[in-house]
Structure formats: structure tokens, C-alpha cells
Design a protein around this ligand. Structure first.
Ligand SMILES: [Zn+2]
Length: 453
């Protein structure tokens, strides 16, 4: 039995782990590489295996760095199943076609500006390819044991993180157990479920996004109220680059509570992201996949004015009344929030409020790191607005929380592989696992294959 690390090894994106059991071959996650150009180019290097040999795909959650390469598989002739939880399947119906649309837009942009290596530039996949790929998806309920084939079982256990996110536990014919952590959520979140505690694995593949960091132990609502009140007092607008799935809904929930108890001024709130609007509706549909009640869900979604059209989004810029604009993408790499930053960042009365991890190479990371200006649409935009990052809103467990989750194992796994982290983060987690738990862990490199026997 072998495991190949085809993505999220030495980096946080492109999650792809190919497990070959002998009779069959399974891909756990099938994500896009994102972020820096050198990373994104890896999406073009072709598949490292023959799709005809692939038995199935097991998807931990809907984020594009875990799911966004599935349309490429389908386009390459893969017709097998993609197993995921109900909520993940629903989210993929929103996220994958959008990803295809963005690929088409990028190719179109490259053609118009003539900077593609390929002439004409082709999208990695189209919106239609993504819609076609959705036909391969099969829903699996949380915690239910499913037999994938003789002797091979899978359980999808809640991981917190985002709606539908799972830890995948595989039971092998030789009775051994492999656990893929997927992306682990916060141990205690007001909105999301806690990651399921696991006490045994023979082989463990653990994420390390925040392996070198601790979230600030702050009261999210106190922090949020401070930013909102200060900015409103200056007559400014608060721009919130938010991840459409999960973070937006948590934010709306906290802002609704603050508003209800009169802790913040009664500013208009706009949710300016069609994807976040659709994801919010799914939040209200999948009540078993998070902690909010039906009432809390509807209250949270009810405080914002939904901005669906581009015209209405542009109108927010011309109207200078103090307000809160929540818009995607969360790292300000694209989407409508980029236009809002371009229009609001140079005025010191305004605020930009980030809500979580900002990957290297993103505009969000530059702003959080204190850049005095950022380039948007070829123009240098000075950053004079106040900049905040409430990373307690993050959907990822921090290093202490990952350690706490691992402490629940009764014995060290035979082998532990640290993935899904920038090199410093993975190395820091490896060091802590060694000194604090006495575990000997490996950080696999991209493309490495290990034998699990
Ligand atoms: Zn994720």
C-alpha cells in the first residue's frame, strides 16, 4: 500500500493524496494550487496518474484548494464517484462552477493582454466542465460507515472548519486505520461544530496551516465592536474581505448580536457577494452542520442587504454614507472586494477588516503586513484606511488547538505525515509534536511516495 503526496505538501494549497491499496486507488481531496504564480502553474503540469486507474475520490470539504481540480479529472475522462458530505456537495455546486467561470475570465484576460504562453490561452476548465463534474458527486452522511469496496470502509466525521467539512477515517482490509484530518476547525466556535475527537490511527495525515501560530485569545464581539464603533465615529466605511463560505455567516451572526444589544451604531450592512449570499442560504438549509439554530441563522442572514448585481455593487462606492460592506474574496485576491479596497482604502476615515489566514503572495497578506500601497488593476492604491485582522474568526485550528486535538490519541500513530502548511508552519508543528508528545513525524515533499506497510 502506498500514499503519494500530490499536493498540499510543503504548501497550503493543491491538496491531493493518492492512496493505492493494491486492488484500488483512491484520491483524498483533489484541489487547485492557489496563491503565488509558481504555485498556480503547477495546475497545468498534468495528472500524475492515469484516471482509468482511479477507483474513487474522497473529498474532505468544498474549499477550492481541496475540490477545485475535480473538473480537470472529469475533463480527463474520470467517471468514478466523488464522495462528500451533503453540505459539501451543495457547496461544490456553488464553488466549482464559479471556479470554472474564473478560469474562463483569466484566459480571456490573458488573451486580451497577450501575456499567455499558450496562444490562444485556454481555461484550465470551463464553467460547463465544472457543472458536468458535479454529476460524479455522491452524498455521504456524517459519521455513517460506508463500504467503498470489500474490506475498505470510510467514515466522514465533522471537522468544524466550514459547512460540511470532514475528517476522513478509512478502515483497511488489514484492519488498519488511516485518518486524514482535512482542515481542522476551531475547538470552540460559536457557529461551527468542534472537530471530532479521534483516539486511534495507524497512519495520520495532519494539516498544519497554523502550525507556527496562536490565535489571539480575544472576545470576537468586543474586537468587532471596537473596529465598527471607531470607524463609524470617524464617519468611515468598514470593508470586510470575507471568505464567502463560513466566515461570512459567522460574521453576520456576531454583528447581528452586537446590533441587537445596541453595542454598535445602526449602520447599514451590505453582503456584496453572490456566492456568500448563496452560501448563507445553504447555512440555513444544513442546520445539522453547524451550531446555529434556525432562528439564529435567519436573524444573522436577515441583517444584511443582499447585493446581487454589479450595478448595485458599484452604487455602494458612490454612496459615502458610513456602512459595513462584507465582500469576497477573503484574501482580496479577486472578486468585488478588490474594487471596494481600490475605492475606500486611500481615505483614513475608513477601515479594512480581515477575517483570517492571509496566504503569502496575496494582496491581503501585503495589506496586513503594513504595505503603504498595493497594486490594483495596474494602479498603485495607497493604504491609509486603518487595517485590522481578527484572526480569532479564522476557520482553522491554531497550533495549540491542533496539539490539543492530537492529545486525544491513546498512542502515537505508526506514522504521522504533516501536510497543508507553509514550510515554517509544518516545521514548527513537527518540532512541537516531537518535544511535547514524543511523536516522530515526517513532512513529505511534493510528489513523494511512501509505503504504508
Ligand atoms: Zn479549507
Amino acid at each position: 500500500m502506498t500514499l503519494r503526496f500530490l499536493g498540499a505538501a510543503g504548501t497550503v494549497t493543491g491538496s491531493k493524496f493518492l492512496l493505492n491499496t493494491g486492488p484500488s486507488s483512491w484520491l483524498v481531496d483533489c484541489g487547485l494550487f492557489q496563491g503565488l504564480k509558481a504555485m498556480r502553474e503547477k495546475n497545468w503540469s498534468g495528472l500524475e496518474f492515469d484516471v482509468a486507474d482511479l477507483t474513487g475520490v474522497l473529498l474532505t470539504h468544498a474549499h477550492i484548494d481541496h475540490s477545485g481540480y475535480i473538473p480537470v479529472l472529469a475533463k480527463s475522462g474520470y467517471r468514478g464517484p466523488v464522495y462528500a458530505t451533503d453540505a459539501t456537495v451543495d457547496l461544490c455546486k456553488i464553488l466549482l462552477p464559479d471556479s470554472g467561470y474564473l478560469q474562463e475570465k483569466d484566459a480571456d484576460f490573458a488573451n486580451r493582454h497577450g501575456f499567455s504562453r499558450h496562444s490562444p490561452a485556454e481555461p484550465l476548465y470551463t464553467r460547463k466542465d465544472a457543472v458536468d463534474a458535479l454529476k460524479l458527486f455522491r452524498s455521504i452522511s456524517f459519521a455513517k460507515q460506508t463500504t467503498l469496496e470489500t474490506g475498505l470502509t470510510a467514515r466522514f466525521l465533522p471537522a468544524g472548519h466550514i459547512l460540511g467539512a470532514s475528517i476522513i477515517e478509512l478502515g483497511l482490509p488489514n484492519k488498519q486505520r488511516i485518518v486524514f484530518s482535512g482542515d481542522l476547525g476551531r475547538l470552540q466556535s460559536d457557529t461551527m461544530l468542534s472537530p471530532t475527537l479521534i483516539d486511534h490511527a495507524d497512519y495520520l495525515i495532519i494539516e498544519s496551516t497554523y502550525g507556527d501560530r496562536k490565535h489571539q485569545h480575544v472576545d470576537i464581539e468586543v474586537e468587532l465592536a471596537a473596529v465598527i464603533c471607531e470607524t463609524a465615529a470617524r464617519g468611515g466605511t468598514i470593508i470586510v474581505p470575507a471568505f464567502a463560505v463560513g466566515r461570512t455567516q459567522s460574521l453576520l451572526h456576531h454583528i447581528e448580536k452586537l446590533k441587537r444589544r445596541g453595542a454598535i451604531p445602526d449602520l447599514p450592512i451590505f453582503l456584496d457577494s453572490p456566492m456568500a449570499i448563496n452560501a448563507s442560504e445553504l447555512f440555513c438549509k444544513h442546520l445539522d452542520a453547524h451550531r446555529l439554530s434556525d432562528r439564529e441563522c435567519r436573524d444573522a442572514c436577515g441583517i444584511a442587504t443582499y447585493v446581487r448585481t454589479t450595478e448595485d455593487s458599484k452604487a455602494l462606492t458612490t454612496n459615502r454614507v458610513p456602512k459595513i460592506i462584507i465582500s469576497a474574496s477573503g484574501m482580496a485576491t479577486g472578486g468585488r472586494v478588490v474594487h471596494h479596497i481600490k475605492n475606500f482604502a486611500s481615505d483614513p476615515r475608513n477601515a479594512i477588516l480581515f477575517t483570517g489566514f492571509q496566504a503569502a503572495g496575496t494582496r491581503g497578506r501585503s495589506i496586513v503586513d503594513g504595505a503603504i500601497s498595493v497594486k490594483i488593476h495596474g494602479q498603485n492604491v495607497p493604504i491609509r484606511a486603518s487595517v485590522h485582522n481578527i484572526d480569532a474568526l479564522s476557520a482553522h485550528a491554531d497550533a495549540d488547538e491542533i496539539l490539543a486535538w492530537l492529545r486525544n490519541f491513546r498512542a502515537p500513530p505508526r506514522r504521522t505525515f504533516i501536510v497543508h502548511g507553509e514550510p515554517n508552519a509544518s516545521a514548527a508543528l513537527q518540532a512541537r509534536l516531537s518535544t511535547e508528545l514524543g511523536w516522530n513525524c515526517v513532512i513529505p515533499s511534493l510528489g513523494e511516495e511512501v509505503s504504508l506497510t
